[in-house]
Design a binder for this molecule. Sequence first.
Ligand code: FE2
Length: 392
Amino acid sequence: MSTTHAPRKREEAGSTTDPLRLNDVDHVRFHVGNAKQAAYFYAHCFGFQIEQVADLTTGSRDEAAYLLTQGNIRMLLTTGLGESHPAQQEVMRYGDGVKDIAFNVADAVAAWEKAVANGAEPAYEPIERTDAKGTVVTAGIKTFGRVVHSFVSRTGGYDMETVKNGGVFMPSFERIEALPLNDYNREHPCGLYYVDHCVGNVELGKMNHWVSWYENVLQFKLFKHFDDKDISTEYSALMSKVMDSGRELIKIPINEPAEGKRKSQIEEYLEWHRGTPGIQHLAFLTDDAVDSVGELHRRGVDFLTIPDAYYDLVWDRVGEIREDREKVKDLQLLVDRDEDGYLLQIFTRPLQDRPTLFFEIICRRGSRSFGKGNFKALFESLEIEQERRGNL
Ligand code: FE2
């Protein structure tokens, strides 16, 4: 049996360690309409292991949650089992989407207290879940729109290393054994292993507000390689600034719409997201874009298509790359180079019926930027998609 209650007030540890030192992305939590089916979709299309579950069979009476893992990516898919559950309320408003980018920290209560002292609005008070294995403490702050950041600290058998090695995620979860799809995915890996970045869409005029929020509350830095003049072209009709957690943990680019000739992708997102800011895309790292995207294509992942003309010009722009150029073109990978190296990237179409959340697959060969040389081709492709949806 597990118990859930408010944790004891933390004794002052006297440690010099900053409570807001983020160790890892603990997990990314989605609110979905049907976690059981969504788990199958993400596992089938993107090669995740459906590793653990908390539902009625494990004693979870009000929600069902599936933990999907691949490399160091942990996605938690949550569905409410009653209409008053917040996940059900949000699915009604926004459709399926990302609710929480949760950070692993040494002490969730201390991190939460410091973030609140830095100006964060609490999303929820600290919760301690304890059983015979150990303890998981979570505490949440609100960021843009419907999104929260939880701080998660783990002790005993729930520590992060144990979880990464297949240990139980938190009280009320159980490992799923003997699932044929998991066996298939182990034999046919997609090679995704890390959340490279996680992009938020905010309202017109609000980007700099949230840039300051990440600086002040979470002590993120504006990413030094970014040049916002390059992104606000007439094609892009958006502005973006990239916030960096430091220590290569995660980057959070923040987009806002900008004046353009036609409706921007950000405006389309907000229109179908009740005007509420949220997560536009998650980018997953692979070390082999050709292998990964080849496998994802075989699994039927629905990617944006890129006009052939893109490949008439791209090689002059990026020069030699390690990958076979024909394969890159066949897979419709986008390529970009900066002063540090190059990257390959590709974007899915929306992952649900509303044109909101999508995924990016990215492979970095030295480059630490975001493919700004691809924006023109990418946005032309997105405009074609918006036109198909009657949203341009
Ligand atoms: Fe991206």
